[in-house]
Design a protein around this ligand. Structure first.
Ligand SMILES: [Mn+2]
Length: 323
């Protein structure tokens, strides 16, 4: 972390902060916090990502300043937050040097100034520590709010298994700096549109239990979006309905890409000790112990079988569909 601060402190070129495609609260929160802080330090800094901001994050300050990738400019330094490598941006990023601040296992390294800690439950945890160490006084309400959003969403509202006392210390710090937990939770989780519930209704009707009720699956077919007037981003959090079932250790949702129906985006979630990162990795993706993802090409049935086979192997029990 010291080398990260050192590098940024002395840097006076152009800086781009960017995150992964299909951005989440942790990527966006890390980006916004770092952006505002570096602005306060009079750095020449911009932010960009490939996709639109999911509307649940549109209350955050400076969200309108996020540019769209690709950008036809070569930055002196590009800081990748919350992703294992530049390839995760989903678009070209041009820079003379790169830096990575992240909590994903493995991935690319760009220099001694990278700040990677896979034990951190969120990248915003790392950004909080970094900014606190560098200049705690500069952390204002906007920065604290952005950081809190990433902490809240990446820990599944403080429910995942990697929550330690230190995480509550960081949360306490952010609340003291002005982040309002009740307001933020309402903004992120309680602004559903009726259309989203209609979509959820369709998705829940695809629920299936497998492996004696230890595994649950949900499917989002691309037609569901047209039928309900929703977008892919509206499926955010749906997988947790499957994970939340009593007796379920592993849940996954398969989302058919609206513009590329041959491709399925898969989100995997687990409770406790079951490691979905292993499953995702075997399927060509990655992530964390309790939350991971991957993309698979193919027909709905074969893709589902593929996922179930890998989960079953990792569960080390005999597959037995109960539904
Ligand atoms: Mn993250």
């Amino acid at each position: 972390m010291e080398k990260t601060i050192e590098k940024l402190k002395n840097f006076d070129g152009s800086i781009l902060i960017f995150t992964h495609e299909n951005p989440d609260g942790d990527g966006i929160g890390s980006m916004l916090a770092l952006y505002k802080f570096l602005k306060k330090k009079n750095k020449d800094v911009e932010m960009a990502m490939k996709d639109e901001v999911p509307y649940i994050y549109n209350f955050l300050k400076n969200i309108d300043k996020i540019k769209k990738l690709p950008i036809d400019k070569t930055y002196d330094l590009a800081i990748l937050v919350d992703a294992a490598g530049v390839f995760r941006a989903g678009a070209e990023v041009k820079a003379k040097e790169f830096m990575r601040i992240d909590h994903h296992r493995n991935g690319e390294r760009y220099g001694e100034w990278d700040y990677i800690d896979i034990s951190a439950p969120s990248t915003t945890t790392l950004v909080t520590k970094l900014l606190r160490k560098w200049d705690e006084e500069l952390i204002d309400k906007d920065i604290a709010e952005s950081l809190y959003v990433g902490l809240l969403t990446d820990t599944g509202s403080f429910r995942h298994s990697n929550i330690t006392p230190e995480i509550f210390d960081l949360a306490k710090f952010l609340v003291e700096k002005g982040a309002n937990p009740s307001y933020i939770s309402q903004q992120v989780f309680e602004r559903n549109k009726p259309e989203t519930l209609k979509l959820l209704n369709k998705v829940l009707s695809t629920l299936q239990l497998h492996n004696n009720g230890k595994v649950a699956s949900l499917i989002v077919k691309k037609d569901f979006f047209d039928e309900t007037g929703t977008k892919e981003e509206d499926t955010e959090g749906f997988v947790n309905y499957a994970r939340g079932l009593d007796g379920v250790d592993v849940a996954f949702i398969m989302i058919q890409k609206p513009n590329n129906p041959d491709t399925w985006r898969v989100s995997l979630r687990s409770k406790g000790d079951f490691n979905v990162e292993k499953v995702a990795k075997e399927l060509g993706g990655g992530g964390h112990k309790n939350a991971s993802g991957c993309r698979i090409k193919g027909e709905e049935k074969e893709v589902k079988e593929k996922i179930l086979n890998v989960i079953t192997k990792n569960l080390n029990i005999n597959s037995c569909s109960t539904n």
